[in-house]
Design a protein around this ligand. Structure first.
Ligand code: 5AD
Ligand code: FES
Length: 346
């Protein structure tokens, strides 16, 4: 066991068998050791700074039907909404004043936002906020679409693979969805010069330790600039509504391993982590994360962007969240910074 830990601490990926053994029965001493090493590596590169990203959830329409997701098209209980370009620009304006220098436009796969409509929105943000980074999280689109949005001024793209394991992908998604296509999209985004964010859920239904090990290694092999992971959390109105959530400790362990294997990656302590435990995000930072993503969406629509149950911060103004997060980060000896927070050169 000690050799594999030392290997990970040196940033060398172990083999899948070793890693899955580690994930299948980790001891507290192992978790603590890796968290401490991960924190040290993170601080060596990024110091005590925590980067903030203003998340704008601009549409909860989605053409897809992922079995785990609350805004899947079959969920008739969702009140659907779309934000206009002006709505989105107002979110950015409020965010800029608060100190955000990255805006993340995230939405379901919504055909209303054609390439031209989306490019128009990106162009408007780019010209109003030349000093800000624009991150898109719009799911799978064509290479031409990704290229047009990049030309319009987008810098980064978040597209979690969810899983690179074919069997698990098919367990989590309906037959018309294709895991290979998703991995291809990630390649395309990287080739186009986007800073790429990959990721997956920990404790997703049907996920084994072997799968999780494979995911950590696959993500590391691709060397993305950003890595977003969080625990699976059931949403009552989905086929997986009765499944147990992913665990806090397993998510923290994965964060630590990802940090050690990807020292310069930007890794958020996600909202899902803060949802399964009151201090989940603080613990995420202490396990190696260095980004938080508070919500800038209008209060009126927050509750409708419900990917999973009991999501936090759906009743708080962005300003309140930011103050709250600032205090939370200080409780773990870190501070929020006003900065684009680009990835360090590899
Ligand atoms: N629990 C946790 N995370 C979820 N996501 C979607 N549904 C859930 C859920 N029930 C994650 C997916 C997606 C990201 C935007 O949110 O990984 O990529
Ligand atoms: Fe939103 Fe604490 S971060 S209320």
């Amino acid at each position: 066991m000690d050799t594999i830990l030392t290997k990970i601490e040196k940033g060398q990926p172990p083999c899948q068998e070793e890693l899955s053994l580690l994930l299948s029965r980790p001891e507290d001493a192992v978790r603590n050791r890796l968290a401490q090493s991960a924190r040290r590596v993170c601080e060596a590169h990024y110091g005590k700074a925590i980067y903030i990203r203003g998340l704008i959830e601009f549409t909860n329409y989605c053409k897809n039907d992922c079995y785990y997701c609350g805004i899947r098209r079959s969920n008739a209980k969702v009140a659907r909404y779309r934000l206009t370009k002006d709505d989105i620009l107002s979110c950015c304006a409020a965010g800029y004043t608060l100190g955000f220098r990255t805006f993340v436009l995230q939405g379901g796969e919504d055909g209303y936002y054609t390439d031209d409509r989306m490019a128009d929105i990106v162009t408007a943000i780019r010209s109003a906020y030349p000093d800000c980074a624009i991150t898109l999280s719009l799911g799978e689109r064509s290479a031409a679409s990704y290229a047009q949005l990049k030309a319009a001024g987008a810098d980064r793209y978040l597209l979690r693979q969810e899983t690179s394991v074919d069997r698990l992908y098919r367990h989590l998604h309906p037959p018309e969805m294709d895991g290979k296509k998703r991995l291809e999209c990630q390649h395309t985004l990287g080739d186009l010069g986007y800073q790429l964010g990959m990721g997956f859920m920990v404790g997703a239904p049907g996920q084994t330790s072997e799968d999780l090990a494979q995911e950590l290694l696959y993500t590391t092999k691709r060397q993305p600039q950003m890595i977003g992971i969080g625990p699976f959390i059931p949403h009552a109105d989905t086929p997986f509504g009765g499944n147990p959530p992913g665990s806090l400790s397993q998510t923290l362990l994965c964060l630590s391993i990802l940090r050690l294997l990807n020292p310069k990656a930007l890794i958020p302590a996600t909202t899902a982590l803060g949802t399964i435990h009151p201090t989940g995000r603080e613990q995420g930072i202490q396990a190696g994360a260095n980004v938080v993503m508070p919500n800038l969406s209008p209060l009126a629509v927050r509750k409708q962007y419900s990917l999973y149950d009991n999501k936090i911060c759906t009743g708080d103004e962005a300003a309140e969240c930011l103050q709250c997060l600032g205090r939370r980060m200080e409780s773990v000896d870190r501070h929020l910074v006003i900065d684009r927070g680009d990835a360090l050169p590899s």
